[in-house]
Ligand binder design. Structure first.
Ligand code: 13P
Ligand code: SF4
Length: 367
């Protein structure tokens, strides 16, 4: 993105840069009280503590999508998460509900790795190669246009919480699946269901090339060559170090990590699964967690009776999740109270109509 335009997208007024934390917190509290049920603030688990303290509901991607779909009364939904989550919330809520993203720069580098233009080219190529044998699945971490594409072609959205069920579903539809945009979640999920690595090809959208050595008829899964820049920061050697230095420590990671990390870890699962596992772990247990740092820090604070570290001790929070801070939250809320329309996320009607098919299939497998 052009850096000048990128910087302009925040546009945070100067006054918020000098305001004390105490004052900002007091103002957020007052606005929440003033707007009451009209205002709803969902917060993803990867958000900063200074923001999550004001969330009316917290959750992972799947939970927040469900929660937004269920909320038919709030007029203003101030989404504390990233752009694709706010788009999903807009598509799942009623037309008279307005979704805001406090900082428009809160994108997702993984979602940006699959554009609709690339996806159209890919689909044509794959149809020529494999005929009508493919169902597309997209991780919910993707733009609304990709969700619409998937909905239009009989596919579904997936989150890390229901990926296994969705991949199982996909194989009831067609013998092959295209998984966008996270190759790791696609590979790890298909592998856990018994698809051998030799039956998985990788589509490189930059070189427009299918990376595969075997016989084409053996291909069951086509993985889009995208990844999460946060979860790719965990390596197998981090786990090897822990095994050597602290053999009693258990390693749990998110399935956006690479396949060798998943194989070396003791356990893996979605954000919700990781939280639930740590909550139910015995006092005194020792954990190395391979996921986003704001969440790992919160788990450390919330569970002083357990010894918890990040699997990569040099890990930073997700840069884009972190863009939503107290200043931007307050600015978004004050804009609403003043009757302004800043930072509104709107997905057009056609895109929404097609995406809804893909999202509803995902929500059917939410439990
Ligand atoms: P979940 O919330 O589905 O675990 O996804 C993790 C993530 O990377 C969100 O951006
Ligand atoms: Fe995107 Fe990864 Fe950040 Fe999630 S953690 S928003 S997938 S970059």
């Amino acid at each position: 993105m052009n850096p000048t335009l990128f910087d302009q997208l925040s546009k945070l007024p100067e006054r918020y840069k000098t305001m004390s934390t105490k004052e900002m917190e007091a103002r957020v509290r007052a606005i929440k009280q003033q707007l009451g049920e009209e205002l709803f603030i969902p917060g993803h688990h990867y958000q900063r503590d200074e923001v999550i303290q004001f969330a009316d509901a917290t959750g992972d991607s799947l939970q927040l999508a469900q929660i937004c779909a269920d909320n038919t009364s709030a007029k203003h939904i101030v989404f504390c998460g990233v752009h694709f989550m706010a788009e999903t919330a807009d598509m799942l809520t009623k037309d008279d509900q307005i979704v805001y993203l406090p900082d428009m720069r809160a994108g997702c580098s993984m979602a940006d790795m699959a554009t609709i233009e690339q996806t159209d080219i890919t689909w044509q190529y794959l149809q020529q190669l494999f005929g009508d044998t493919i169902v597309p699945l997209t991780y919910v971490n993707s733009t609304a246009s990709i969700k619409a594409f998937v909905g239009k072609h009989g596919g579904a959205c997936v989150t890390s919480s229901n990926a296994v069920k969705m991949v199982e579903w996909a194989f009831t539809q067609k013998p092959r699946l295209l998984f966008l945009p996270d190759q790791h979640l696609g590979r790890n999920t298909a592998f856990s269901l018994g698809v051998p690595l030799e039956h998985m090809a990788v589509w490189d959208p930059i070189r427009e090339k299918l990376e595969y050595d075997g016989e084409l008829e053996d291909v069951q899964v086509i993985l889009w060559k995208g990844h999460c820049s946060v979860h790719e920061g965990f390596n197998k050697w981090h786990i090897d170090d822990i095994r050597k230095n602290d053999p009693d420590m258990r390693v749990i990671v998110h399935p956006e990590c690479s396949h060798d990390v998943i194989q070396a870890a003791d356990d893996n699962g979605s954000t919700k699964y990781i939280i639930d596992t740590i909550e139910s772990a015995p006092t005194g247990s020792r954990w190395a967690i391979g996921t986003e740092m704001n969440l790992v820090k919160r788990l450390i604070t919330d569970h002083p009776d357990k010894h918890i570290i990040s699997l990569n001790t040099n890990m930073c929070p997700c840069l884009t999740m972190n863009r939503i801070d107290l200043q931007h939250l307050l600015w978004a809320l004050e804009t609403i109270v003043e009757g302004g329309r800043g930072n509104v996320i709107t997905v057009d009607a056609d895109t929404t109509a097609q995406s809804i098919h893909a999202l509803e299939r995902m929500l059917q497998f939410a439990k």
